[in-house]
Design a protein around this ligand. Structure first.
Ligand code: FRU
Length: 495
């Protein structure tokens, strides 16, 4: 009996040490992740009084999904983050699902007091008991406000402010102020369509229209939408982001988008193709910040519902993408979304190197000194390209371009641990629609992720991986010449 007990203690201590070691190997250097336990969607991002707020779906008691809270973090530059206490807790109406936050400058809600401008959060309350009881009224929209820069939140006594008309999937409100009609507009995901609502005060909502029944990808349920305007060559364009799970271009969850027009009532588009903000398997629930003027900043959850609950970290689970700035790009096929990391990531670049006019058939070898790197490759004539990250254990991650198929790819089939889910060890591709001879590719590497920004952000792919030892070698090879190869170590964003 004593022996058995000793064996058990030995076994569980070894397990604990193993998972702690693994966590240290996988800890992000340049990405946001929760202080502990589970995180999914980014929520309520808003800029207020010089601070960028980031809230997120959080289960503080476990490293798997469960009763959702809104975790909170703040930043001055959207690169470095400071953790804050949990902002919004579940209550008798339900747990706190995804949603958004606005600065109610004109105090339309009446929550402001003594001239203080309220921050108002609009979120879905999910009632698991009612869902389990087989009802269809368990997702309703509620609001809460803060008068102290997001430090503390008071829930509105009249919650919920928008009840479901008896539809089960009725969630993830994203709200903005529409100046022309002087109303708040709510973009809501309803099964696999979008419903728009309007309100003068964030409390009383009127349905305006529906969108998307026969448009876009419908492989799964629509979630976490976002509608915003962008100025392109002096003209107002509207972009509607719609997250979808499953049915993404490389399996599972992903962010699709539509470019069109919005008049305060209806969103219309002539777009025929299905387009994705990110073609990799590991960007989901991506939405943008409120109150950032003419600029649009985006962040996504760096995971996929296919395996999010199983990825091999323990102390925390999952991270967000780098913060990206969105812009529009004119192509032969129409306007496309383009995204690149925000400028301030320049500030974390450390020692680096530049090589000019390299023969790719000979290849370039780089010894990696750290786990976080930026790599840039420019070519006057983009041909076959292969970037291989490897370690002494023979594991490798391959990123590249295949000119025969006009596609970018990321192959993680041999990149380390993958036995936690059959969907993980795969090769992912994205069509290059940018028809220029020249190539321009930027990669951001972290301990367990790579983000590829190809053609100045016209094609983006985010992919996670879990090697059993850090990658220490980088080899770039292919055909033709790499005219400019540049890389820098990136300083950790964490203290
Ligand atoms: C998307 C999502 C949302 C929901 C939240 C729950 O990942 O399913 O639709 O509000 O996660 O955590």
């Amino acid at each position: 009996m004593k022996k058995l007990l000793l064996l058990l203690v030995f076994f569980s201590t070894t397990q604990l040490l193993m998972s702690q070691n693994r966590d240290e190997l996988y800890r992000p250097k340049i990405h946001f992740y929760p202080p502990k336990n589970w995180m999914n969607d980014p929520n309520g991002m808003v800029y207020h009084n010089g601070v960028y707020h980031l809230f997120y779906q959080h289960h503080p008691a476990s490293n798997v999904w469960g009763p959702m809270h809104w975790g909170h973090a703040v930043s001055k530059d959207m690169v470095h983050w400071e953790h804050k206490p949990i902002a919004i807790y579940p209550d008798s109406i339900g747990t706190i699902f995804s949603g958004s936050a606005v600065v109610d400058k004109d105090n339309t809600s009446g929550f402001g007091k003594n001239g203080l401008v309220p921050l108002v959060a609009i979120y879905t309350q999910h009632n698991q008991q009612r869902a389990d009881a087989g009802t269809s009224d368990f997702q309703n929209q509620s609001i809460a406000y803060s008068l102290d820069n997001g430090e503390t939140w008071a829930k509105y006594s009249g919650n919920p402010v928008l009840k479901t008309p008896g539809i089960k999937d009725f969630r993830d409100p994203k709200v903005f102020w529409h100046e022309e009609t002087k109303k708040w507009i709510m973009t809501l995901a309803v099964v696999n369509t979008i419903h728009f609502y309007s309100s003068p005060n964030l409390k009383d909502w009127t349905k305006e229209s529906e969108f998307g029944k026969d448009l876009g990808a419908h492989g799964g349920v629509w979630e976490c939408p976002d509608l915003f305007s962008m100025n392109f060559e002096g003209k107002e364009q509207w972009v509607l982001l719609v997250n979808l799970n499953p049915g993404g271009p490389n399996g599972g969850s992903a962010t699709q988008y539509f470019v069109g027009a919005f008049d305060g009532h209806e969103f219309k588009t002539t777009q025929k193709e299905v387009l994705w903000a990110d073609y990799g398997p590991d960007e989901y629930a991506g939405v943008t910040w409120s109150n950032t003027g003419n600029k649009r900043f985006f962040i996504g959850w760096m995971s996929n519902w296919n395996y999010a609950n199983q990825v091999p970290t323990s102390a925390w689970r999952s991270a967000f993408t780098l913060t990206r700035e969105l812009n529009l790009l004119k192509t032969d096929q129409g306007l496309r979304l383009r995204s690149l990391p925000v400028n301030d990531y320049v500030l974390i670049r450390e020692k680096g190197n530049v090589l000019m006019n390299q023969n790719l058939e000979k290849g370039i070898e780089i010894n990696l000194q750290s786990q976080a790197y930026r790599l840039e490759i420019r070519q006057e004539d983009l041909k076959d390209l292969r970037i291989v990250l490897s370690n002494a254990k023979g594991e490798e991650l391959v990123i590249g371009y295949d000119p025969g198929k006009s596609e970018y790819f990321i192959d993680r089939t041999k990149a380390g641990v993958s036995d936690f889910n059959a969907d993980f060890a795969k090769r992912f591709t994205a069509q290059r629609f940018f028809k220029r001879k020249a190539g321009y590719l930027e990669l951001y590497l972290d301990a367990t992720s790579v983000e590829l920004f190809a053609d100045r952000g016209a094609t983006v792919m985010t992919t996670c991986f879990f090697p059993t030892a850090a990658f220490t070698q980088l080899r770039i090879s292919g055909k033709g010449t790499a005219n400019h190869v540049e890389w820098e170590e990136l300083k950790s964003i964490w203290k």
